[in-house]
Ligand binder design. Structure first.
Ligand code: UD1
Length: 343
């Protein structure tokens, strides 16, 4: 029984990862103070895995309580650290909130892992660390990482903190996973994205607009140097992202410490905002009200992944395509609407 503490385990990528862990035979333990997630995610996960995961409502900034969780749980095999803020635009407006939460919680996680002798960490990073790369697709060796937002910079510094911790603590192994744009929801239902307030990300805004919760989608910028003028991103299914965490833990178990390795997680295809909106309209059968607005602060124009290292080393590849990710996001939104209508 390999017990894995999942900080932010009630969140979007966290909840999907908890399900994959449980299905792969790990024992996931959710640590989440629910500030940006919902208790209902625990119910959804339980329905998918057939048992209720251990849950601690703890803020990772609270070092003492975090340490208590590790003590209570006994032998912990590894940690997956998701707990962090993630909205690019908000981070430009409120940078200190991002530095305090994203970096402070990582310091505490690394500290407690060291105290308790826990030797495996998967850190939730982002392609945002590349800023606007000079060459595409971007691979893990791309030079000069200059993130374009405070959110992105917390990931640059977070990765550096993990590297330094591994250098100082020779029993530690870590994998840094750089996600491109995770979207969608669990194909079997029960869990998906549950944004609090107006969503900052494209796909939840799109699905909420399609059901009438939002008046219109604003497409941020139409004058980028891309084929149709809108930004280009690499969208991948959240379940594929979740699976990579299980593979990373399995892979680390076969490696000697100290170790720190970085992997891109992307589908390897750049899709424009306009393309995504049009494909969503086709999948859902709904025409979404939309307008073009100005560029969004902190956005890069185009980025997509070279994920060949993940394929070669971890044996990971995307099993879901963009169409099925958009279909699952749409089904999830419809299920939420149906639940709300019953209340
Ligand atoms: C960024 C990171 C990604 C991270 C995510 C976390 C980059 C390149 N990517 O994603 O790794 O996981 O933050 O939040 O930094 N858009 C609209 N209208 C909207 C919302 C979004 O046009 O209402 C556009 C954005 O301008 C962007 C695209 O849709 O061009 C995707 O945006 P979003 O879903 O917010 O993700 P990123 O900012 O690309």
């Amino acid at each position: 029984m390999r017990k894995v503490i999942v900080t932010g385990g009630a969140g979007y990528i966290g909840s999907h990862t908890v399900v994959e862990l449980a299905r792969a035979g790990f024992t996931p333990v959710v640590v989440d103070d629910l500030r940006n997630s919902h208790r209902s995610a625990l119910k959804g996960m339980s329905e998918l895995i057939g048992s209720v995961p251990s849950f601690h409502s703890v803020d990772c900034l609270d070092l003492e309580r975090l340490h208590e969780v590790f003590k209570l749980e006994g032998e912990v095999h590894g940690v997956i650290h998701f707990a962090a803020y993630k909205a690019v635009g908000e981070s430009v407006a409120e940078p200190l909130k991002y530095y305090e939460n994203n970096l402070g919680s990582l310091v505490n996680v690394l500290q407690v892992m060291q105290w308790r002798g826990v030797g495996a960490l998967v850190f939730s990073s982002s392609c945002t660390v590349y800023g606007q790369p000079a060459r595409m697709p971007v691979d893990e060796g791309a030079p000069d990482h200059t993130a374009s937002s405070p959110y992105g910079y917390t990931k640059v510094v977070g990765e550096r903190m993990v590297r330094d911790a591994v250098r100082a603590n020779h029993t530690l192994r870590s994998v840094l996973l750089r996600y491109f744009n995770p979207i969608g929801a669990h194909p079997e239902g029960h869990i998906g994205e549950l944004p609090i307030g107006a969503p900052g990300n494209l796909v939840p805004f799109l699905t909420q607009t399609a059901v009438g919760l939002r008046k219109q989608l604003v497409i941020h910028g139409s004058d980028y140097d891309t084929p149709d003028g809108t930004c280009v991103r690499d969208y991948l299914h959240v379940v594929d992202v979740a699976r990579a965490h299980v593979m990373a833990l399995d892979w680390m178990d076969q490696q000697a410490a100290p170790l720190v390795e970085t992997f891109n997680l992307g589908a390897g295809e750049g899709r424009s905002v306009k393309e995504v909106v049009e494909l969503f309209e086709e999948v859902s059968g709904v025409t979404v009200p939309k307008v073009y607005g100005p560029r969004r602060a902190g956005d890069v124009s185009a980025i997509w992944a070279d994920s060949s290292k993940s394929r070669r080393v971890l044996g990971w590849r995307c099993e879901h395509d963009l169409r099925s990710a958009l279909r699952d996001a749409w089904n999830w939104q419809l299920a939420l609407q149906a639940t709300m209508a019953r209340k």
